[in-house]
Every structure is written in C-alpha cells, then in structure tokens.
Ligand binder design. Structure first.
Ligand SMILES: Cc1ncc(COP(=O)(O)O)c(C=O)c1O
Length: 414
C-alpha cells in the first residue's frame, strides 16, 4: 500500500479484513436517500436522439428577454460581489411588496424573508431548521421527491400520506394524517398547487392543515412555488391564495417559493423562504455555511421579474391553459385512463388502469415512441399506476408527443 503521507509513525499494515472494517463508510443518512426516478428516466432519454421531452418540470421556452437584460445591467452595475446572507434587501422588499399586492399579507422584508439559491434550497433549509435527527415529517404525496429526500438528509424519518382521489378531485385524508402522527412528528409538508397532481388546496383545506399543525405543535411547510400557475381564479394571473393569508406571524409556518416556474428561470437558481422570525434568522445564519447567498446579479434579475413580469406571466398562463386543455382532450375517452382536471401547475397525472410498473411503462414508451414522461412511482405513495406529463412544452413538441402517447395507450389497452 502506498501512503500519500510518508511522515509520521510507521504502522504495521492491517490485514485485508481489518482494512475493510477500518475504511470509513458513507453516512447512512446519505446512502439511504433514493435516486430520483425522474432523473433515471431522463438519463436514458438523454442518451437517445429525437426525444420529445415532457419529463422535467420546465418549459422549453427561454427566460424572457426583459429578465436577461436586467441581469446584464446588473453585471454592468457591479452586482458581482457577495451580498447579505438573506439576500439583497431590495429584493426582499420587492418580495414583501409582492405579498402585499397579491395576498394583502404584510411581511417584514428584513426578518421574515430569506432569499435562497432556488426553491429546492429553501425547501432543504426550512426542513433542516425544523427537524432534529430521529424526528418524523409527514409528507402529503404524490409529491415532488425532493421534500422527502431533504427530510432524510436531515437524518429524520418520512411518513407519506397519500392524497386520495374522490371522483374527479384529489383531497386530503385528514383521518390518515391524524393516524400517521406520532410523538416524534415535528413537521408537515404539503405542496399546492401540487407537482405532480396539479391539485390546489382549498381555503378550507388550508384552515384544517393549519389547525392540525397548531393542535399538534408542528411546523407546517407549504411549497407554493406554483402559486402563480393557477387556472381557476377569477382572472388568469390571480394567484392561489397563500397559507400566509390565514397564518399569523407567530405561527410555525414556512412558505417555499421560487422564480423558476413563473418566470422561466429554472437555471438561474433563485428562490425564497418566508418563515417565522426565529427560523428565518437561523436560515439566514446557515446560508453562510451552505451557499452564502444566491448569485448577486440573478437576485437583481429577480427584482425585475417581480416588477415587470405580470404581462408576460398572463401570456404564459393563456398558453399553458390551452396546452392543458389540449392534453385533457387527447386523453379523454381512452379506455382505462382517468385524468382529474388540474387547477394549477403545469402537469397532468393520468392514472392508467392496471398499471403496476410506471417506470417500465415510461421506458417502453420512450424506446418505442421517443416520448419522455416521468413515472408516477417517482412521486411516492399514491404515485404508482400513473405517469406525469409536463405540458409546458411548445406546441411543436406537445402535439406530436400527445399523438404518440394516445396511440400507445390505445394500443396497450387493445
Ligand atoms: C413542488 C416543487 N417545489 C420546488 C421546486 C424547486 O424549484 P427550483 O429549485 O427550480 O426553484 C420544484 C421544481 O420542480 C417543484 O416542483
């Protein structure tokens, strides 16, 4: 054995079995985190040519030019240095102003908002601040897997509580939530609008979730990254009402948000966390050790997105709504396929009768038709038996993809 370090005391070399037992292993908390099955499917797809990609949660539209120009201006204006751990005060003020305008919620930008380097970092940070090793988090599923994986990274346990489908609408199973809670439970995570369901919590749902969290002394984490992608408001552009409308500033509530989805900024990595002051202060402090802060010029571009983004957002929503309806129409009437009409986000989650292995189904679909979807199994309890279609793609991709998918489904049913 060649030592990298020749100095120091000479030791007798260990036998091979000793060598293995002395070898440091990876931490169990990281070894146990499962791979993303969406990514697994995507990696097969990326090795193939001509795939119509509907597996990731993003459109193929570039970030709008007014946002790119804002980033270029910011670079020219010198936003190339470190910023505050909680993000630029000007961006935090813009986010607070946005909550005032959209939700009539009053937030203190300096103590209740932390800018993060993406929604997923906000999610990870919020979870990290709420859980100790050995605690348990309840997660409403099917859900984007990153919440549950972040719980595992915090050395805590995940208990998934599936949304049952009643007729054409998903709902929350409050009895199952009560039954799943244990003395170790410290956190409840839900996503509205939901990825992958497109389901949107009603105000009554939110009231009951808040009541459940208050009664059992839990943190309530609401992932609201899709709140602007809502098709059932009085007007397109009206957001899904935030849980912050119901919570007081002393409630143990956190909201995770992001610029990625509403402004086509997935690659920019900017998001935010709204939380009770003590948690926001701790998240700010921890940011120093994790990412320090989101990129300075990207934060400035985020400010412009909030200030000038309403018109382009409504145009995008009109396009997304038409896409949703196209996909719903193409799937309607296919024997054995049930697809609840989603009110938010940009996903359909059709359930396919008799489907027991959604990964194998998606792989076969990919190989035989070059259409890439995300397997329902990737989204945890309640997800197997379905597939997720992201309908944010351009029509030139979506239309042929839906044609091939429906043909494949009719062929499989025959
Ligand atoms: C439910 C949900 N939350 C959070 C995110 C994180 O978005 P980002 O990290 O790009 O800001 C996503 C992205 O797909 C999501 O679907």
């Amino acid at each position: 054995m060649v030592s990298r370090h020749s100095a120091g005391a000479r030791r007798i070399p260990p036998s091979s079995s000793e060598r293995i037992s002395l070898m440091p292993r990876l931490a169990r908390s990281v070894e146990n985190v499962p791979h993303s099955r969406i990514r697994e499917l995507a990696e097969i797809a990326m090795s193939m040519d001509g795939v119509l990609r509907l597996y990731f949660g993003e459109s193929n539209l570039p970030t709008p030019d007014y946002i790119k120009q804002a980033a270029i201006r910011a670079l020219r204006d010198g936003f190339t240095f470190y910023t505050e751990n909680a993000g630029l005060p000007s961006l935090r003020r813009a986010i607070a102003e946005n909550y005032r305008r959209l939700h009539s919620v009053d937030l203190d930008p300096l103590s209740e908002i932390v800018v993060t380097a993406s929604g997923v970092q906000a999610l990870n940070m919020g979870i990290r601040c709420a859980l100790d090793p050995g605690d348990q988090a309840l997660v409403l599923t099917p859900a984007w897997p990153n919440g549950a994986s972040s719980v595992m990274l915090a050395n805590a346990a995940v208990c998934q509580v599936p949304h049952p489908l009643s007729g054409q609408r998903y709902r929350i199973d409050f009895e199952a939530l009560e039954a799943a809670r244990s003395p170790r439970t410290r956190l409840l995570i839900y996503t509205s609008p939901s990825n992958p369901l497109g389901w949107v919590a009603t105000q009554e749902d939110q009231r009951r979730l808040l009541d459940f969290a208050r009664r059992h002394d839990l943190w309530l984490l609401a992932d609201e990254v899709y709140d602007r992608l809502f098709y059932a408001g009085a007007r397109l552009g009206d957001p899904v009402p935030s849980i912050l409308r119901l919570a007081t500033r002393d409630d143990a509530v956190m909201v995770v948000h992001s610029f990625s989805k509403s402004y086509c900024m997935t690659g920019w990595r900017v998001g935010w966390l709204v939380a009770r002051r003590d948690l926001a202060a701790k998240a700010t402090q921890l940011n120093e050790f994790i990412i320090s802060h989101a990129p300075s010029f990207a934060q400035k571009a985020g400010e412009t997105a909030l200030a000038e983004g309403e018109g382009p957002l409504v145009e995008m929503l009109e396009r997304l709504k038409r896409n949703r309806d196209l996909c719903l129409d193409s799937l309607s009437g296919i024997p054995g396929v049930t697809v609840p009409r989603p009110d938010g986000a940009f996903y359909l989650f059709p359930r396919i009768q008799g489907l027991a292995d959604s990964f194998a189904f998606c792989k076969r679909l990919l190989e035989e038709t070059r259409v890439g979807l995300a397997p329902g199994v990737a989204f945890g309890a309640g997800g197997e038996g379905s597939v997720r279609i992201c309908y944010a793609a351009e029509r030139s991709i979506l239309e042929p993809a839906m044609e091939r998918l429906t043909k494949f489904l009719r062929g499989s049913a025959a």
